[in-house]
Design a protein around this ligand. Sequence first.
Ligand SMILES: NC(=O)c1ccc[n+]([C@@H]2O[C@H](COP(=O)([O-])OP(=O)(O)OC[C@H]3O[C@@H](n4cnc5c(N)ncnc54)[C@H](O)[C@@H]3O)[C@@H](O)[C@H]2O)c1
Length: 388
Amino acid sequence: MTDRILRFGVIGLSRGFVLTRPMFLKDPRVRLVAAADPRPEARAAFEAEFAGRAYETAADLCADPEVDVVYVASPHGLHVDHATAAARAGKHVLVEKPMALTLADCRTMRAAAAQAGVRLLVGPSHGYDAPVVRAAELIRTGRFGALRMLTLMNFTDFMYRPRRPEELDPAAGGGVVFSQAAHQVDVARRLAGAPVAKVRAQALGWDPERRAEGAYQALLTFANGVSASLVYSGYGRFDTDALVGWVGELGQRRSPDDYGAARRRLTGSGDEAELKRLRAYGSGAAAEPERVGHEHFGFVLASCEGADLRPTATAIEVYGDAREVIDLPPAEAPRQGVVDEVWAAVVEGRPATHDGAWGQANLAACLAILESSREGRDVLLPHGGDEP
Ligand SMILES: NC(=O)c1ccc[n+]([C@@H]2O[C@H](COP(=O)([O-])OP(=O)(O)OC[C@H]3O[C@@H](n4cnc5c(N)ncnc54)[C@H](O)[C@@H]3O)[C@@H](O)[C@H]2O)c1
């Protein structure tokens, strides 16, 4: 360990940032020194909380000499411009999921980083969650025999959280495949340990008021033969947190009595933009919830020939010849796995799991879900989505 600190600048101070903010506050290896956002109230809040510089434009942030790493947390469609601008300014880049909206944009971002000699990582996402990483390590030991099948299921209220119009427009990257399959595919790839070779899927939308896809079922076949079924619904009815001990996606305590809260807030308000504003950074958003577990993405089960492994928010349950529970107490700082990877890449020059190639392959699998659904056929990814 050195006394070095990675100095971050963030582009886009809203939900994505609100969820990653505790990582910057609690992990001693990183410091947030600058931000860019067109919203004055967000900039004022940033200056007050972090005593950093807050710029109106991404270009100004990228020109800040004190910034080592730019965290791109702007809306999906802006990732390509913001990540390439940061790389061209000589900054390392951590870009939110999904990496971009098209594979061509992913290639542009990777080329910009390669040309500038900086590192490009994609995240945070749930493939960084400690229980997933630990389960993948356990699978790789071979102790449980070959991995054969993955079952992932997440039921949330994603579609009824307040949204910008583009977030509900499939042509602009709206809907759950871009935003949520990005996580689920990441978890499945991490556990499978091989590229995705084939995708068959059905993406579904059944609320005429919110027109993007709100649910999907996908069958992924990996290059090593592992079969994964990914199920997601964001329609706010059943909630898979019920299967994870009522620990929420962020590791926070949840209550079954909150049933229907997102839908009720939305229908009760009539002003979605205002509801969205109230959840944004700088609007006096709700206090930090107490964390009782790790972040997670719903129900996950990895079936090996000799055991089923189930990463939860607090443990890995192993269903082998006997049942064993490997406890995983929550870490001191949330999203520690993200800092681990950025640190290893930027400070130690080591390869990263979630590099640009990984992010592009993730997007390729998500786009394949949409294509398979549209065309009613298998979609093959001969290079695992990392086509040149
Ligand atoms: N990893 C996670 O847990 C997680 C959670 C939520 C969102 N996200 C990701 O974060 C990204 C942003 O999503 P969000 O929900 O925060 O969106 P949002 O609409 O809540 O906020 C976007 C923010 O970007 C700002 N912005 C818009 N144009 C900008 C520009 N040109 N320069 C700088 N800032 C600009 C807006 O003012 C706003 O503050 C998305 O890619 C999303 O997938 C990730």
